[in-house]
Write a protein of this length. Structure first.
Lengths: 126, 353
């Protein structure tokens, strides 16, 4: 299972890419494979503020609906509209075109609570 | 892998959608070894079983099977199953894995006369091979709903022309020790056809498109077959079977709630079990099965709703995460082969299983 070294991760299988004072968020390769074929994505509203671990998006597979959580406290500044027409991007490119949203984060120190690739690999038994 | 009635089973081998399409267009194979297999035999087996099950066993010739229900005294569904008459006085009951023990308890508790009940579940495995090209894989397929004993690559097997997908197909039972060999033999045989191993995910989407019920979701001890819209598999002309009085009353008064298939009006989030169903602002029921149909690429489901609202074509709303999404009550099945790209409004109701 692909777990890029340059990303951070959450227990709930989101990946986080640092981009200045913002983070780009998606779900891991492991998560997309467990979810199976993604058929619908409910994106967060722009400018929405979210606390860490607050459910702000929904990814639905054929099988079930799964909440996606804000990894840290922040404000939604970008959402991946392409997923509305092609939710399967999450399965095909979980770390690329399948990203979900961008958060402007309140406090960079919050990122310390996230896992690095090694810790996430251990979590998923890879 | 997910735990399923005490078994570890794959939800998917590669992709639910790919596996689903393989069965609709080609051929797919499911491991159904988890299903329970009970043998009921001896002098009084036929007469007694006919008082335990809703469909009419007397209509079965040797080698023939039928879909039927095991009910409690309130008419509630303990299990839905297929009973095959495999001998003059011998029957094979293929039951849901999670119900095997309670079925057995119920049958033993109500046993009358000279009847022998044997649970052979642990000693037998099974696979379902389903799809329009299944007849290219095997010669001498039994006719629909019939079962035959034969030999394949040295393995004694029973092959039934039955399934849970709406496609042509067979269900094959073999000695547990032959399971791996049988599975691999069929995969090899079907290689050129592009046969695919299929998991529980595709099994669920395929059956839901056909409106075949799933016990535990659409059926329960609190629901009877009339409410579930499956009265075709109940023979009320039989003088005596468990639950008959309740079913007669339900039929006479009309079911208080009824299981109906529905289709979402717009593209959007797929319906899921336990979502509320509304008509105007009135809550009229609850979804029991729901998914995005891979064949229609559209949200579909089944729901128990107030009997007075259960009319084909009626407009309902499904509440999804606090928001209402319009849907329409449809005829069975939700998917019909000849009209893959059209909405299933014109699909005729079928009662075969």
């Amino acid at each position: 299972m692909n777990v890029p070294d340059d990303l951070l991760y959450t227990e709930s299988h989101e990946w986080i890419k640092l981009e200045g004072d913002k983070i780009r968020v998606g779900i891991s390769d492991h998560a997309q494979s467990e979810l199976t074929d993604v058929v619908f994505v409910e994106l967060p509203k722009m400018d929405r503020q979210a606390n860490a671990k607050e459910a702000i998006a929904v990814v639905e597979s054929v099988k079930a609906a799964s909440d996606i959580y804000a990894p840290v406290k922040g404000t939604v500044v970008e959402v991946n509209k392409a997923l509305e027409a092609d939710p399967g991007l999450i399965n095909r490119e979980p770390f690329g075109q399948g990203w979900l949203f961008v958060l402007k984060i309140d406090n960079p120190d919050d990122l310390k609570n996230l896992k690095d690739a090694a810790a996430y690999k251990k979590q998923i038994g890879g | 892998m997910v735990p399923f009635a005490g078994w570890l089973m794959p939800v998917q081998y590669t992709s639910i959608v790919e596996e689903h399409q393989a069965v609709r267009k080609n051929v797919g194979m499911f491991d159904i070894s988890h299903m329970g297999q009970l043998i009921v035999a001896s002098r009084d087996a036929r007469g007694w079983l006919n008082t335990m099950l809703t469909n009419n066993i007397d209509k079965l010739e040797v080698g023939q099977g039928q879909y039927t229900f095991l009910l409690n005294e309130r008419g509630g569904i303990i299990d839905d199953l297929i009973v095959y008459r495999i001998g003059d006085k011998k029957f094979l009951l293929v039951v849901n894995a999670s119900c095997t023990d309670q079925d057995l308890d119920w049958l033993n508790k109500h046993k009358r006369g000279d009847v022998k009940i044997d649970n052979r579940s642990a000693n037998f495995g099974g696979v379902a091979i389903q799809g329009p090209r299944v007849a290219e894989l095997f010669v001498n397929l039994p006719t629909r709903n019939h079962i035959v004993d034969l030999e394949l690559a040295g393995m004694p097997i029973s092959m039934a022309r039955t399934g849970y997908t709406g496609e042509d197909g067979i269900e094959v039972f073999f000695r547990a020790g032959d399971g791996v060999k049988f599975w691999n033999t069929v995969l090899e045989k079907g290689k050129d056809l592009g046969i695919k191993p299929c998991g529980l995910g595709a099994r669920d989407t395929l059956r839901l498109e056909m409106c075949y019920p799933l016990n535990g979701s659409d059926l329960s001890p609190e629901r009877n077959p009339i409410e579930a819209g499956l009265g075709f598999f109940v023979d009320l002309t039989k003088p005596n079977f468990t639950g008959r009085d309740v079913l007669l009353k339900t039929k006479e008064n009309g079911p208080r709630e009824k299981l109906v298939p529905f289709k979402m009006k717009d593209k959007g989030p797929p319906p899921r079990p336990h979502y509320s169903v509304f008509e105007n602002s009135e809550r009229i029921g609850e979804v029991t099965s729901g998914t995005l149909s891979p064949s229609l690429n559209w949200g579909v489901g089944m729901a128990y709703i107030d009997g007075t609202h259960a009319k084909i074509g009626a407009k309902i709303d499904i509440e999804i995460r606090g928001q209402k999404f319009p849907a329409t009550i449809e005829k069975k099945p939700l998917y019909k082969k000849e009209k893959t790209s059209l909405p299933p409004e014109t699909a005729a109701a079928t009662t075969s299983s």
